[in-house]
Design a protein around this ligand. Sequence first.
Ligand code: BGC
Length: 766
Amino acid sequence: MKKEEIKKKIDQMTLEEKALLCVGRDFWHLQGLERLGIRETMVTDGPHGLRKQEEKADHLGVNGSNAAICFPAGCALASSFDPALAQEMGQEIGKLAQAEVVSVVLGPAVNIKRSPLCGRNFEYYSEDPLVSSSIAAGTIKGIQSQNVGACPKHFLANNQERYRQTSNSVVDEQTLREIYLASFESAVREAEPWTMMCAYNRINGTYACENAAFLTDILRDEWGFDGYVMTDWGAMDDPVECIKAGLELGMPGPAQDNVRRIRKAVEDGVMEEAVLDRAVERILTVVFRYQENHKAVPYDFEKGHAAAARIESESAVLLKNEDGVLPLLEEESVALIGAFVKAPRYQGGGSSHINPYRMSSVWDVAGDKENVSYAEGFRVGADAEQQEQLLQEAILCAKTADKAVLFIGLPDSFETEGLDRKRLDLPEDQNRLVEAVAAVQPDTVVVLHNGSPVTMPWLDKVKGILELYLGGEAVGIAAADLIYGKVNPSGHLAESFPIRIEDTPTYPYYGVERDDVPYREGRLVGYRYYETMHRPVLFPFGHGLSYTEFSFTNLCLDKKEMKDTERLAVSVDVANTGMRAGKALVQIYVSAPRCKEVRPLRELRAFEKIFLAPGEVRTISLELSKRAFAEWNVGLGDWYVPEGEYHIQIGRSAADIILEEAVLVHPTVALRPHFTVNSPIGDIMAHPAAAKVFAQVSGNMMGTEGTEEERGKDMENSVLGKEAMEAIMVESPLRAMVSYVPGTSIEQAEQLVDAINAAVQCGKDE
Ligand code: BGC
């Protein structure tokens, strides 16, 4: 519907009607207005399936919902490193949403994995903003290709479950820009989501839902978002402040008090009616986009189930494969061990919980093979005696087979929305089970079902590890295809697996504070921390094996020197040197020159997954633009590329760089520092224009105190000597002159600073 027509409708509304449109009608619906042809529209969770509730509603996955395809959770999907695959998954979810008459799917969930202990990491994609944003963009495009809106969430800095509704994320601007905003940014710019969900938490003291700097200045004005922003469920603290800041819809409804407060704010002149009109217009633009394009085509569930299996098989990560223990041969006898063989854990708890169309376990697929046996191995809630019995049965089963494959992982209660994890470890009985089986069976493989990293005390005792994550309802089909080699694993870790929780960047303070949550690690999140601090990990970000081998050679840059406004073409030859077809992941990292601040040692700046037949070689070319080299400069309020030599690296993971070439990059923007009376004299002297003014004016001030030569001699004769004296001087603030140069005043120091800043701003720095 055209803007003017929507405006005409708004002109015909009462103040009460406008206010009503800005809060939900009920748990899942937006208010309609029949006399103006506005239908009630429904929104529904997301993110890896559709949780449409027709009866009792809730936001923690407690009550039932219509059957839907449960696709692999975000943790798995991101490991595919394949935005096109994410798009296919989005498309399937969008199709079902159309069939179910749902206008907006509440997802993807795009928060950064700041700590592996966040209870909701299974829904999120990555510790890396490029991966997160690329997978999100694919998902959004897919959903919206079906004329249904997507809703990236939870904007912004919502990275823990503990006190998630009140905590205050204290994050510096550079970290916000480079990590937390960046995770949403290209998804918004590239995929243009219809809506956005604003987080519960505060950011630097202001509720995310009332934060104009993020909702208006950045999201809309900088990134061009033109949909509507809704609150997370129950996150509307002050409806008037929310709407003024650039948020349009408070969910869920009905919230009569919010309607009253909005109406009163306009009546009392606290909020202009035009601001409310703007919110209503933004909501209606999306509502009509859906209403006018909706076609309820029946959904093909069988196709959806098959898609879920395929997506999972492209996402699983082969972490270890000693002596080629995988794939299994059809003629080998195999002991499948663990409760997850028959009842896999395939999704996490909370609002993303899907009522699956059909669950397929590995036993459903491979259980009728004659040479496959089964032992339960562990049972959640079993007592010590039962556990011992299960263990003994498993040992016997493993001993009598050629190989043992253990299906283990985290229980539901360990990772769910609303609760952070307490530890990184698997349940003790499962660790014991692995040790016991590996002790009797040299060819032991572990298949993991978990939404976030776990410790592996038995790592050296097993030959194979396959990470399935929470792989959705068809995980068993994917598992069978992968372990029997029908599909060649091609997933890579989108997060680091630490050795111990004590090694993680946020370890000393994560989950400790309940109110202010300081992001002290800054931009050193995930591999940015491990690599910069040279900390070993269990498995690094980007790691993932295949049943074939790939070689990477001939890294070429199209220039050796460039301005930051130019683009750098990077190419590399990738060859499949093994015997099977497979998919390789090209990972391009950029390592910036050393600087005064702690800058991550390297950052992933481009990636592409490619299929190669045995013996096939392909040259992959990718481009790097300014953002690949830039960091956020707070003084400039913009992206800035420091002068220097940047290393372009090809890695098998963030920790395994195999090729490297350098390029010299020149900034095209001059940094113009702003000095104050507290600026160290050394900083002023380091800037040519500032130093010139300083030398002139301070020389005049000190005129009465002898010549420069005499002052130099005084320094030389001092106990510390000239060098030490000068070193002390450079760290002294400008205002120290007032104390040490007789006759000078603070006003003079301030005048001097003004003169210095004027010279710097005029660009007299060359
Ligand atoms: C979650 C959201 C979810 C909403 C509705 C909230 O508790 O944080 O992700 O979309 O509930 O279920």
